[in-house]
Ligand binder design. Structure first.
Ligand code: PMP
Length: 353
């Protein structure tokens, strides 16, 4: 069968975050707080409300959901400037289908979100692995964009796996240097500290700028699979040509709308997660480890001679984290206080901190 697969995909392996049944799961940057009884009821009611219509296709353009998302984002955005799909991974895929493809290249600044190059590859878009400064800053980003002239440039802010935010002045600089689309992946936007503005503020007058978001992180709705973007309506018109008809199920649209209507609950956990993140960074540093400053709900820390051994040791103690990022580093998502304590205990035992 392998011989039948497209030549350029034959060597690829499936996306790799292990899904293991362990007590403490701190490896995929979800919100650790499950929906409350009230929110569960609201979601169940929303599904019951549309169950009788499931013989029909969903609203193909998800107009009501896009209006709700626009209201949530603010900045004067309207439904015409917002698009939604099954997770921001599908948003990225649709963007590359429409604006990348054979003969075109996309560029990202690594280390960054590993799905950007992977989705580039499956959409037959060339990939340029741009570089970062030693401290993971992006001072040379605009120069790299001028050199490679990518059809699509990715900026992840806060970045995964480093957790660092990108200053807006740098996004502007990259935009001015770029001939094509500039996609700011803001999956973790809600977790930034005060005074770190979103690239949404840059949208007016920049028709090639796209800001992508997700309900998988702060919204505590990873299982719902709902990602979205804000951009010029012309970008969305282009996506309409590549999206599959009826890509967002009626159930997904209803559940997402219920979650947005009840957003006060999940978003109330964000302040606690930020505080616990900063405490965890301080704890790691207090143990002599290096931890990157994080504006997200995860922390990149290290540096270990044998990170796989540390990852396995922590896993043997029931805590799943992620061995990703530059050599020697590991990434841990911020969990509930009890989960964070379990992680600290496990790491202390493994590393005799
Ligand atoms: N962008 C970034 C930077 C991410 O870290 C993730 C998930 N890990 C995504 C996009 C995709 O998230 P989803 O498809 O769940 O919206």
């Amino acid at each position: 069968m392998r011989a039948l697969i497209r030549d350029d995909l034959r060597h690829l392996h499936p996306y790799g975050a292990p899904q293991l049944d362990v007590p403490v799961q701190l490896n995929t940057n979800e919100n650790p707080y499950a929906p409350s009884e009230a929110l569960r009821q609201a979601i169940a009611d929303a599904v019951a409300g549309v169950a009788g219509t499931l013989n029909r296709y969903p609203d193909r353009d998800a107009v009501d959901l896009r209006k709700d998302l626009a209201d949530y984002l603010g900045h004067g955005l309207t439904a015409r400037q917002v698009w939604a799909a099954n997770g921001s991974n599908e948003i990225i895929q649709q963007l590359l289908q429409a604006f990348g493809g054979p003969g075109r290249i996309a560029l990202g600044f690594e280390p960054s979100y590993s799905m950007h190059p992977l989705i580039a590859q499956v959409t037959a878009t060339g990939w340029i692995a741009g570089s970062r400064d030693a401290d993971y800053g992006m001072s040379t980003a605009a120069g790299q964009v001028r050199q490679h002239k990518p059809a699509v440039t990715f900026i992840t802010s806060p970045n995964n796996p480093t957790g660092t935010s990108v200053p807006l002045a740098l996004v502007e600089e990259v935009y001015d240097a770029a001939p094509g689309l500039v996609v700011v992946d803001e999956a973790y936007a809600e977790f930034v500290r005060a005074g770190t503005p979103s690239a949404l503020t840059l949208l007016p007058g920049r028709p090639r700028l796209v800001v992508s978001r997700t309900m998988s992180k702060a919204f505590a709705a990873a299982g719902t699979r709902l990602g979205y973007l804000a951009a010029d309506p012309a970008v969305i018109d282009a996506l309409l040509t590549v999206r599959l008809p009826y890509h967002l199920s009626t159930v997904t649209q209803a559940v997402a709308r219920a979650a947005i209507a009840h957003r006060a609950e999940p978003l109330a956990t964000v302040a606690a997660l930020r505080r616990d993140r900063d405490d965890l960074v301080a704890w790691l540093r207090g143990r002599g480890l290096t931890a990157a400053d994080s504006d997200a709900n995860f922390i990149l820390f290290g540096v270990f001679d044998d990170r796989d051994a540390v990852w396995q040791g922590v896993l043997d103690r029931g805590v799943l984290i992620r061995n990703t990022g530059p050599e020697g580093w590991l990434r841990v998502s911020v969990g509930t206080p009890a989960e964070n304590d379990a992680f600290k205990q496990a790491l202390t035992e493994v590393c005799t901190l």
